[in-house]
Structure formats: C-alpha cells, structure tokens
Design a binder for this molecule. Structure first.
Ligand SMILES: [Zn+2]
Length: 143
C-alpha cells in the first residue's frame, strides 16, 4: 500500500468539510471500494477544505474511487512519511518498565542524565542510580 495526500476541492458552503471527512469511509464502503482506506483527515473550516491522507495501491485506483464517491479533488500526491530530526535525546520512565509518566528531553546525554538522576532521586527514592538501572536507562534513550 502507498500513502497519498489528497487535497479536496470542496467549495465553501457546498459541503460541510467535517461531515464530509467523517462520511468518507462509509461512502467508500457503499461504493464497493475495498482497497482504499482513509488514514487521517485535516479539516479547514475557514476555507471549507479537507485534506485527506489515504492508503491506496496506486494513484489511478485512488483517483477512480474518489470520482465514484463524487469527492471533488484538487490534487493527489504520493507521499512518504518522514520524521524530522529534532536533535534531541529523550527518555521515558515507562520505557524501562516504570509505572511513571516522567519524560525528559535534552540536547546532550549528560544533560539528560542529570534530569533523569534528579527525577530518580525525587520520585523513585534512588540516591544514585544502580548500575543495572543505569544500563536500562541508557538503552531506553531515544535520539
Ligand atoms: Zn519515573
């Protein structure tokens, strides 16, 4: 399956964008379209626009399905999701199996370890972090 961003050409006042976005999966089902799925919708009330994220085997079948359900389309783009590099390191207590909602981010590991150590002292009663926990913490740090 490929991912597509569809820019709708719904005119202001013509269709309620939110209702339209909500109704798309049913419309596709009713039209007998099985290989196309809506992943996300972004509605802009001010401009009456809806941008859809679809999953489809290819652009042709997606465009055909949208014609079938009478969705006015401005453009269809095949896309790939990428996560922007934030340059931040992050850690979550939950990732080392703690029942705790603590999370921290920092630019360097030293900075992050300081935050983690402080939290461990205050919240988990650890004056120093034991070596086995420290191992887990280091493995759980995400870039
Ligand atoms: Zn914690």
């Amino acid at each position: 399956m490929k991912e597509f961003i569809v820019n709708s050409a719904i005119l202001p006042g013509e269709i309620d964008p939110v209702a339209c976005a909500m109704g798309i999966p049913k419309m596709l089902r009713d039209a007998g379209v099985k290989d196309i799925h809506v992943k996300t919708c972004y509605c802009c009330d001010a401009e009456g626009k809806v941008v859809f994220e679809f999953e489809a085997p290819n652009k042709e079948s997606l465009s055909k399905a949208l014609r079938k359900i009478d969705l006015p389309v401005e453009s269809i783009m095949e896309t790939k999701k990428v996560m922007p590099e934030t340059g931040l390191l992050s850690f979550k207590c939950r990732d080392i199996g703690m029942k705790c909602d603590f999370g921290a981010t920092a630019k360097t590991q030293d900075e992050l370890m300081k935050k983690i150590a402080e939290h461990a002292r205050k919240a988990h009663n650890m004056k120093t972090i034991p070596p086995d926990v420290m191992e887990k913490v280091k493995k759980a740090i995400k870039k």
